[in-house]
Design a protein around this ligand. Structure first.
Ligand code: PMP
Length: 365
């Protein structure tokens, strides 16, 4: 549609146009169903096929082996802050270790503390969450319940380039909400990875949990049923009514990644090109734009930067809006500008933003 803008929202966020079109075409009547997907039972054979297809497409994209369960849950990434700790920490007598590199990790720690003993091995608050730890910055005990990190802090725009150092005996847990499917992921390095869908993988309402099966039985039987991964695993994401529409769209996004983009390695190349083009403009602006993240921690997904003043920031957002560049305001907790350039943001959108940034700097620098 001609009135669509380039949407830099941090989430819910831009989706592939081809996916939106398919959804639109099937909205009145899902082929074979005589009704829309929104109107059929989650136990209907057609929906079960859609759910299984979404899972198998994710498995093929990420190379997820049979040693792992793939679960579709509700409650957002936020419920996983509690679920991870309720399953893997509560009642174990162990300590869970966290790497704190931004706002979402902070919230995860607050929830985990309600479930048991939590340690913070690295805390980037002192430098306003502009950096990530290297292996020499911390050491994780061999007997930790798990080591938790957030692979991409959406608000600050800092992203780990690879998995943090973690002892073999300790399950590595990642909140990959805002960089899931942006590049290949070595799943076998993880105990558990979760991601809410509404950034890179689909609409709000579903959270994907990929969990090593041998960890599923650690949980105490008395934790709340919905939080208990075992229920979702054993019932193939149908312990209760799953978010059917969100799973349906997520499956289409996964197919788009596989068939149109050609897989996650290609997606990573494209994401590198897109993000580098914006970081180059920041770096060559003679200090007009100041990137928030240290250079080696910059995110492929959320490009965060500041302008010389509050006035110029407001002006930037307003003028960008009149150029059809939307949702660029930084998170309310940090200010500045955040350009979220998830998988589905077309190159043309990034190019349009880059041209606007160069022009804006030359007029206001
Ligand atoms: N973790 C990260 C990295 C996020 O970006 C977000 C959402 N912005 C969350 C957790 C919370 O997700 P939800 O709103 O789905 O609970």
């Amino acid at each position: 549609a001609t009135d669509r803008v380039y949407n830099f929202s941090a989430g819910p966020a831009v989706l592939p146009e081809s996916v939106l079109r398919e959804v639109q075409e099937e909205m009145m009547c899902l082929p074979g169903a005589g009704a829309s997907l929104l109107e059929i039972s989650h136990r209907d054979k057609l929906f079960i096929e859609i759910l299984q297809d979404a899972e198998s497409t994710l498995r093929s994209l990420l190379g997820i082996s049979d040693d792992y369960s793939v679960m579709f849950m509700q409650g957002g990434a936020t419920l996983q802050f509690s679920a991870v700790a309720a399953n893997l920490l509560r009642g174990t007598g162990k300590k869970a270790e966290y790497l704190l590199t931004g706002s979402w990790g902070k919230k995860a720690i607050e929830e985990a503390k309600k479930e048991g003993n939590v340690g913070v091995l690295f805390d980037a608050a002192k430098t306003n969450y502009d950096r990530l730890p290297t292996a020499s910055d911390y050491s994780c005990p061999d007997d930790a319940a798990y080591l938790y990190y957030c692979s991409n802090e959406t608000i600050q725009g800092v992203q780990f380039a690879s998995e943090p150092e973690c002892p073999d005996s300790v399950p590595l847990v990642s909140d990959a909400s805002s960089d899931f499917l942006c590049r290949p992921l070595p799943i076998d390095r993880y105990g558990l990875v979760y991601a809410c869908a509404q950034k890179n993988a689909g609409p709000a309402g579903v959270t994907v949990v990929v969990m090593r099966k041998d960890l599923i039985d650690i949980a105490d039987e008395n934790i709340p049923g919905y939080l208990h991964y075992k229920n979702h695993h054993e019932n193939e994401s149908e312990w209760n009514t799953p978010p059917t529409f969100a799973i349906y769209v997520l499956g289409k996004v996964a197919r788009w990644l596989r068939d149109d983009i050609g897989g996650l390695a290609n997606m990573e190349d494209i994401n590198r090109q897109k993000s580098e083009s914006l970081y180059k403009i920041i770096d060559e602006s003679n200090g007009f734009y100041r990137g928030h993240a240290q250079t080696d921690c910059r995110s492929l997904m959320n490009v965060t930067f500041n302008l010389p003043s509050e006035e110029l920031t407001t002006k930037f957002v307003a003028e960008a809006g009149s150029h059809r560049l939307a949702a660029l305001k930084g998170h309310r907790s940090v200010g500045g500008i955040r350009a979220s350039i998830y998988n589905a943001m077309p190159r043309e959108g990034v190019e349009a933003l880059g041209n606007f940034m160069t022009d804006f700097a030359s007029r206001n620098g």
